[in-house]
Design a protein around this ligand. Sequence first.
Ligand SMILES: [Zn+2]
Length: 417
Amino acid sequence: MKMYFKNANFYKNGVFISADAIYDGNSFNIFENGINDTDIATFRIFNNCYILPGFCDVHVHFREPGYLYKEDIESGCMAAAHGGYTAVCTMPNLSPTPDSMKNLSVQLDAIKQKANIAVLPFGTITKGEQGEELSDIEDISEYVVGFSDDGKGVQSEQMMLSAMERIKKTGKLISAHCEENSLLNGGYIHDGEYARLHGHRGICSKSEWLPVQRDIELVKKTECPYHVCHISAKETVDVIREAKRNGVDITCETGPHYLVMNDMQLMENGRFKMNPPIRSDIDRQALVVGILDGTIDMIATDHAPHSAEEKSRGLEKSLMGVVGLEIAFAVLYTELVKKNIISMEKLVELMSENPRKRFSIGSDVGFTVFDCDNEYEIKTEDFLSKGKSSPFEGKKVYGKCLLTVYEGKAVYVREEK
Ligand SMILES: [Zn+2]
């Protein structure tokens, strides 16, 4: 489809300017002084769209190698491009786990063959994410964006200290999934009002903030660049704010669902289950404050696809994780920008600029074009991801992706039915 974006809001050098743009089926061109005599009779016209830098998600699960029935690099990239993303960092809970050059090569080959956007793998901190022996950190450091045992916390303080000492020398950073196993007590949703009312076992906030607090002391010792994954609790925001004030080299991310939902909105359905869990409204509000005051640096989706069966077992028995790439912008635009809680410029920082800066992602940024004028209902059956489980199913939102361009090529084009 040929597209003419008339009077678009084009994000350039931190501000929005008015521009026209066309996609002629081949290339995408922006005209800051408007279009005069281009032959656009055959183009479909879209008014007042937003032309944004391609988003960057530093926390996705593309499941390849190992679990291709949940997602693979090709379907993951299609979902990412459909959500406006041109760069993603994949978490290493794969099979084989990227903990040695031999294992990482399997993933790197698949990326080379299938990826049409920037796909940057994390290597594991410990072999097999077992927490017992460090990975071949120096061997793989050149080929990974950072190190993470995502899905599990590194339980041993001594192991984390050794990891930081070695990773610090590689120039890469640690992206830590913080979770203290001894505090979990078989929990699977937030240890709060909803769990009490419906007889579920809860996950306490301390299981998240305690290991963050532990690691901050290790970062002070080692000066290893450190990033905290998917923070969900008020206390975690407080702990990180304090560390930043003290000059610790720490950043963090949160996810769309933690920013716009609370545990009282849960239903008895696996699509509301992820780790960490959606917490109370006090936690949610603290996360929004953390976004506003710069404690929280970026928004990552933790896109974690599973099969329909794996998500069909209710809150207690379904697997942890929901998909998010295809609706993150729409949800955040609708709930935060449209309600004047943050500006569109701030959202671009959180979804594109800050993650690229922190993780030194130097690939082409590209563009993504969104129509923010027309409301629609989220239908997960329309997702290009193999995963269809989302707490936002049925939600009415603004922000539909029309086009995503990476390295000059359209990697997503909306075809109207
Ligand atoms: Zn995680």
